[in-house]
Every structure is written in structure tokens, then in C-alpha cells.
Design a protein. Sequence first.
Length: 320
Amino acid sequence: TSVPFPFGLEQGCSANTKFQLNCTSNQTLIGSPPMQLKVTNISVDEGLVYLDRADDRTSRYYKTNEDEILGYTFMGDTDFNYSEVFGVWKWSVSNISCETAKRNAAAYACISDHSECLPVSQGNVYFGYRCKCSSGYEGNPYTRPGCTDIDECLRPNFCNGTCHNTQGNYRCIGCPYGTYFDHVEKKCIPTQTHERHNIALGIVIGLTIGTGVLALALILTILVRRWKRGIQKKIRRAYFRKNKGLLLEQLISSDESVAHSTKIFSLEELEKATDNFNSTRILGRGGHGTVYKGILSDQRVVAIKRSKIVEQGEIDQFVN
């Protein structure tokens, strides 16, 4: 068992006789015979001492609720008769308050730099004070120098970057540009592989976005073309009706002999047959239109009359 101050093994090595321990060949004891208990552990930071039976009988820790810290409290400057009660005990170095203790610098127990005074109580009962190292420090506040700085940067997985230890604190800074934190080596290393990965990732993202934009543009183009075709079909159908196309269909269908030998051509077929109404294909001009030489897909040569009528009243004359 480690024996930190204010506990001690010899006279003059402890804060007072109440903290003096008796170390035998195999046990560390506290108290005077026959009322002695075996010390199994001492926590200066928490102000606790762990006690067990000094004999070989089966250990049975005394237990209370959590608010009572599993045991009793003894004061180092007050007579206390150890008994069969054992377990985890709180302790104080004196039965006075922190404010009172600080007024007597010679007797004040918290002598280390970066130490602080803490009150010790059990429920509503105040027992005294003990000492503890300040936040960011560790060690024994009852000795000088007892409280030393904690180097947080030595702790594993404490800072995923560049750690700078300071007195009682630390600073964690992210890895510099061009490096990244390696969780295996626990430090910032150059990002050559990491940069290549980022470049490759950027290329993939760029290609994906570019492909998506091209696909969207292609889809929009197709939709616009289909929309225009639909509009053109509606316009052509309207002109077909306006220019007596329905009448022409009725005339053709009324005569079976004419129906078998007559065909209504689309504008695309007429444009192809006349080479887009090329002027070299003109055969003649009349009052209501121009006649073109047309060559159909089956190589038949036909005359195609293209209307130039601008007045509704002349449509019937053109059809006839």
C-alpha cells in the first residue's frame, strides 16, 4: 500500500499520531491494539481511506447509502476509537473550517502551490477540511512542491491535432494545412496520400456533376423539341382545316375510285420531293401559286403546286 502524506509510517513522518500507520511484514495498520484496522488503499485526491479487518476473518465491508460515501469520518486532530466498523472512510486534517485554517499559515495543511481547501462533511454534519490539488494539477497538496502540472497531451486520444501543454491547462490545435491527424501514430503527418485521395474525390465529384448537367441539358433539349413538334403539329392541323383540308379528305373518301389513287402528302414529303422547294424545280407560276417538279420516294415525277394565297376568299379557287 502506498502511504502518502499526511499519513506516515514513523513518528514525525505523518501530520500527527492519528495519521501514523504501523507497517508489519504483510499489513499496513491504523489505530492502536487491539482496535486496529488494515489499510488497503489511500486516496489523497478524494480524501478517502479504505479499511478492512486486521485478522484473517472473512471481510465484510460496512455499507451505507451513497450520500454517506460507504463509511465514517475521522478527524486527524481528534481522538477516535477504532472499532469493528470498517470500509471506506472520509478523513479531514483538522476539525476547523477552511476560512479559519487559512488564517493560521503555520498550521494550514494545504501548503503546496496550486492546492485548494475543501470542506469535509457527512450529511449535515461538518467535520473539518482537507486539501486537494487544483484543476489541471495532480499530486499531494500536503507537501511542497506536491501538486504538479498534468500533461494532458500525453493522454491517448485526448487531442486529435497539435496539443500544447500549459500550466494547469492545455491547447488543442487542429493539424496544419497539408497534414492530417493519424490515429495510429497519434500525430499530424503530411497528407500526400490524403491529398491524392482528395484530388481523386474532387475529380469524381466534378465528373459526376458534369455528367448530371449534360444529362439534364439533353433531357431538356429533347423535351423542348417534342414540345415544338407538338406545337407545329397543332399549327399544321389548324392550317389544314383552314385551307379546306377536311373538304379535300371528304371529296377523296366520297369517290372510291379516287380514294385508291389519291394520297395526301405531308409537308416533309413535299419538301423532300422538291428539294425544299428549290427554285431550279419551278415549272411555272400562276395567279394562286407556284408549280414545282417533284420526285417522290418511288421515283415518280409529279407536279406540286404551292399556294401563295393570302386571302381567305381565294382558297376555294386554289383547291379547285
